[in-house]
Structures are given as C-alpha cells and as structure tokens.
Design a protein around this ligand. Structure first.
Ligand code: AMP
Ligand code: GLY
Length: 418
C-alpha cells in the first residue's frame, strides 16, 4: 500500500513511525513532514492546508490511502477532495469536521444524541453574554465559538474574569473571527481525560485514553499550550468509565452524525471531565491529540496501517486493537518563550546519543548535518515502562542526553498519576 500522511508535527512523526512498521506498506510519503519524519518517510514540501496541492500530490504518486493528521485541512475539506479523486482517506469530511470547527455544532449533536455535556448557551452579542454570566455566577467557562488554536477558552473563577474574556473575544477580537460568537458553559469539576475512538462512519472502536498537561511550566503553572506532555493509560479512567463513554457519548454521537448524512470517518477525540455524576463531554476534536498520539502509539501493538485502512473503507467492525501492558510517557521539549514569542533556528545536538526512548520531531528543520528548532513545540521524547515511574525515568535519561540550551520541558509530566 502506498500511503501519504498529511502534516508535519509530532503527531505525524508518530503516525509515520508506526505506519512504517506495517508489512502492508510499500512506500510512505509525508507532506510537509519535518527533519525527524524524513527518517521514516519521503517528505514533500507542501503545506498541509494546500488542499488542491495535496490532492494533486496523492494522484500523482498513485496513493492508496491518505491519512490526514491536523484539523485545519480537514475543516477545509481535504478528506472530501481526496475521496472525490477516488482515493481512500482516513479523516472526516468537511461537514463532519465541524465537530471541531464549531463548538455550537458539537453541543447540538451531543444534545440530539443524548450525550452528557455541560449546560450551555450561545451568544452573538457581548451585552447579552455579560448578562447571562452575571445571572449564572462563577465559576463559569467562556469559549470563542470558532477555531482559536486551542486558546479560545477561559475558565473564569469570577464574574469579572468572565466579563473580561467576553470583551477580549467579542469586542477586541483577540482570536479574530473565532470570537464573533461565544459559548458560555457550566464549569465541570473532576479529572480531565482524552479518549480516542477510531470511526468508519458506523462503527467506533475504543483507541486508548490519555491525559495531557496543557500548562507550560511544572506544577501546572504558566500559560496554556497545545500540550507539554502526555501519558497513557490514564489510571484515573476505569474500564466501567470507558464502557460508559463509548455507550453514552461516542457511539450515540457517531450515530447522530450518520443520521444527519454526514458520517464521521477518522479518529474522534473526546475531551471529557470525569465528574461525580459520571463522564461528561467537554469537546470533540476530529484528529489525534498531539502529544497524546505520540504516547498512545508507543503502546499500540496492532498494525496501525491495517486499522486506518479498515476505517477508511468502512470495515472496522470485527477489529480490536491490541495494546502493550506497559505505560507510556511523552515529554515535549519546546523553544524558550513558547507559547509566546520565540526564536527559530537554534541547533539541537545529541539526538544520536538517546537510548531507551523514542524521539518524535514536532518542529525541526535539517540544515546539512545540523538539526535546527523550527517551531514552539520542537521534540517529543517518549518511552514505555512496566510502570509510569519507569517510563518517566527512561524519558528523563533520554532528555539528559539532548544538548539544546534554547529548549525547555516540564519535569513533572504524569505527576497526577504518580
Ligand atoms: P477546549 O478548548 O474546549 O478543550 O477547552 C480548553 C480547556 O478548558 C479544557 O481542556 C478544560 O480544561 C477547560 N474547560 C473547557 N470547558 C470546560 C467546562 N465546561 N468546565 C470546566 N473546564 C472546562
Ligand atoms: N493536546 C491537545 C490537542 O491536541 O488538542
């Protein structure tokens, strides 16, 4: 099978690394890829969001399966365009990708499916939003309705903080058009968890759970990021909770999408709060979490390509992914300054000295023999172990071997579980 993976981050490196191990694979490309991905796939310098370019590339290469990593090309309709060209695609079409693009849409689908979520209301006028917050009281959650690179959410401890968020999103438009409308939600309390399900439009298979750390610094302090590390499995998540999530949230929402004529194919990523009343849906994403994907795939025993291909062809029923009994931890190395302003181009040395861990590249560029940082989140260093503590120790030794003074990482990934 000839495969094209679209994207160029840590998630796509992990996907390529695992797909490259499949006996079904004949040749693997990644566009745009990065310096690490180039070790396992042929990289093509083409933006993930270039829908026409990606389709033309897949046609020219005679690709059998396109695997789309990030959400942006999915919300632009890349999966529809690939399927329109007669090529199988792992990833939802534009209509189904709205589960990530619009928080209101997700709420409507969850409500229609009877899936438990937080009480909510949507506003297009700042004044009405402020009145609602004043009436509800705090804590309360304010969200920009559109895509805001994971940054359009404020969990407000006070009414004043919620009012300030409404002003930022709707009036100052700090996230641009994403703040034209806001969703205001009941604040859920509990342990937060990410659950992944492979979907083929009709069938959903549980594909692991993970927890990530969104704050930049140790102790869950500092600004929110795309995720500074992750671990899987999540000890807080029981088998009974897993079954409840699949039966009450994932499967009903998948059925609802099919009933609407917009079946969901790809990976459905449910962000959940494990509340005292049971798991409740916070949000859906329509792709693998990053860095969660890197931790998950370190534990996967099954042939990933076989599963992705089955999902793309509506043939998931009967498959059941096998996992190693081990725990996995993934720690992100980011450029100093991230998630604020940072400088690209610093050299990373010592990667060849890493033992006992896997290094995934998230934002790197090759310059001759040198590997240069090219992004905020730059590397993901992951390992498995009999226990989370063993896995974390292995990751710690690997990071110690990496010589990159301009980088930083958290030293406490997994602390809640340890
Ligand atoms: P989102 O972009 O929707 O994932 O939200 C970002 C983060 O805000 C989530 O990971 C949660 O930690 C938090 N959050 C979102 N919605 C709620 C809610 N209704 N109650 C409590 N925390 C929330
Ligand atoms: N790590 C969270 C995400 O990928 O959205």
């Amino acid at each position: 099978m000839k495969v094209l993976v679209v994207g160029g981050g840590g998630r796509e490196h992990a996907l390529c690394w695992k797909i490259a191990q499949s006996p079904l694979l004949t040749r693997l490309w990644c566009a745009p890829g990065n310096a690490g991905i180039a070790q396992v796939a042929e990289c093509v310098d083409l933006a993930a969001e270039d829908v026409e370019g990606q389709v033309a590339l897949a046609v020219r290469l005679g690709i059998d399966l396109v695997v789309v990593g990030p959400e942006a090309p999915l919300t632009l309709g890349l999966a529809d365009a690939v399927r329109g060209a007669g090529i199988a695609c792992f990833g939802p079409g534009q209509a189904a990708a709205a589960l990530e693009g619009s928080k209101t849409f997700t709420k409507q689908v969850a409500d229609a499916a009877g899936a438990p979520t937080a009480a909510w209301a949507r506003f297009t006028q700042a004044e009405a939003a402020r009145d609602y917050v004043s009436a509800q009281g705090a804590p309360i959650v304010v969200k920009a309705d559109g895509l805001a690179a994971g940054k359009g959410v404020v969990v407000a401890a006070s009414v004043a903080e919620a009012h300030a968020a409404i002003a930022d999103f709707m009036e100052a438009r700090v996230h641009g058009a994403a703040g034209a409308s806001v969703v205001i939600e009941e604040c859920l309390v509990g342990e937060e968890i990410s659950v992944f399900a492979l979907c083929d439009g009709k069938t959903a298979l549980f594909f692991g759970a993970a927890q990530d750390h969104k704050r930049a610094f140790d102790g869950d302090l500092g600004p929110n990021t795309g995720g500074m590390g992750a671990y899987s499995p999540a000890p807080a998540f029981t088998d009974a909770q897993r079954d409840a999530v699949m039966a009450r949230i994932i499967r009903p929402c998948l059925d609802e999408m099919a009933a609407r004529g917009t079946p969901f194919t790809g990976v459905l990523f449910a962000g959940l709060m494990l509340t005292a009343q049971g798991p409740r849906l916070i949000e859906f994403n329509v792709r693998f979490g990053d860095p969660e994907c890197q931790a998950l795939l370190l534990r996967l025993e099954s042939d990933l390509l076989e599963l992705l291909d089955a999902a793309a062809h509506g043939r998931l029923a009967g498959h059941s992914p096998r996992w190693r009994a081990d725990a996995a931890i993934l720690v992100v190395l980011a450029t100093r300054g991230y998630p604020g302003a940072y400088r690209n181009g610093s050299e990373i040395r010592g990667l060849e000295a890493v033992r006992g861990a896997q290094v995934f590249h998230a934002g790197t560029r090759r310059d001759g023999a040198r590997i240069l940082a090219h992004g905020g989140r730059v590397l993901g260093v992951g390992a498995t172990g009999a226990t989370l503590a063993d896995a974390r120790a292995a990751v710690g030794s690997a990071i110690a071997a990496i010589d990159w003074p301009e980088g930083f990482c958290r030293g406490d990934i997994g602390w809640r579980a340890l």
